[in-house]
Design a protein around this ligand. Structure first.
Ligand SMILES: C[S@@+](CC[C@H](N)C(=O)[O-])C[C@H]1O[C@@H](n2cnc3c(N)ncnc32)[C@H](O)[C@@H]1O
Length: 213
């Protein structure tokens, strides 16, 4: 294995050892932003492509207003644009990652320095048609409670699509959060793809929810 590959695997492993403290997560991604795309490319990261294709099976309208939550460098936006979607906004905790997303040119608007847990303050009155959050429900990043926050950024009947790394699903109470949102009638579960490809190091589950009115 060459040195570049070793360093990319180290970066991905280090991301999984974050502790969910927004200041530390931010610092980590500030350092990683420039090499993120090549590192996750080396690791065969397929989350954005799988998510965009899955979204296209639930949202036919290519003019739908989409929000990419935790957009990182913009990989999800690029995949969505390739499928014909044209109205894509994004936000991320890391200004450096958000700058990379802006430079892709595929987003209508990208905002950095946004903590998902506080997104309702930064995006008041949002009524997006669909929202994706890929690679963010992963250990050391955001807690399962973020799902309820994201749901409130969508209009009634909107589509919420998130990935959960398998070990995140196993080691957090994500399923209980889902059950609570289903039980209270806030969300309906349209589809889950269990144990689908994610990267060289493991799999993820891909969840599609519908917002109930
Ligand atoms: C593994 S990257 C995934 C980026 C992109 N979605 C992708 O699929 O390439 C995780 C991203 O989540 C962002 N993130 C972590 N915690 C966050 C939070 N509390 N609020 C918003 N973004 C967060 C990080 O800054 C990073 O850009």
């Amino acid at each position: 294995m060459n040195d570049d590959k070793i360093s990319s695997i180290k970066a991905i492993d280090a991301a999984l050892r974050l502790d969910g403290n927004p200041a530390r997560v931010k610092e980590f991604y500030a350092q990683w932003a420039k090499n993120y795309d090549s590192d996750v490319g080396d690791a065969c990261y397929s989350g954005p492509a799988i998510a965009a294709k899955l979204l296209s099976q639930h949202v036919a309208d290519r003019a739908a207003r989409l929000l990419d939550a935790g957009c990182g460098t913009g990989q999800v936006g690029r995949e969505l644009q390739a499928l014909g979607y044209s109205v894509i906004d994004g936000f991320d905790l890391s200004p450096e990652m958000a700058d990379q997303a802006t430079s892709t040119g595929v987003y209508r608007r990208v905002v950095g320095d946004i903590d998902m847990m506080r997104a309702l303050e930064d995006f008041p009155g949002s009524d997006y048609d669909a929202l994706l959050s890929i690679g963010v429900f992963t250990l050391g990043h955001v807690p399962p409670e973020a799902l309820a926050v994201l749901a409130q950024l969508l209009r009634a009947d909107g589509v919420l699509l998130v990935s959960t790394r398998s070990h995140y699903y196993e080691q957090t109470d994500f399923q209980q959060q889902v059950d609570a949102l289903l039980d209270c009638g806030q969300l309906a579960l349209e589809q889950v793809i269990w144990d689908a490809p994610y990267n060289h190091d493991g799999e993820a589950h891909y969840w599609v929810f519908r917002i109930l009115g």
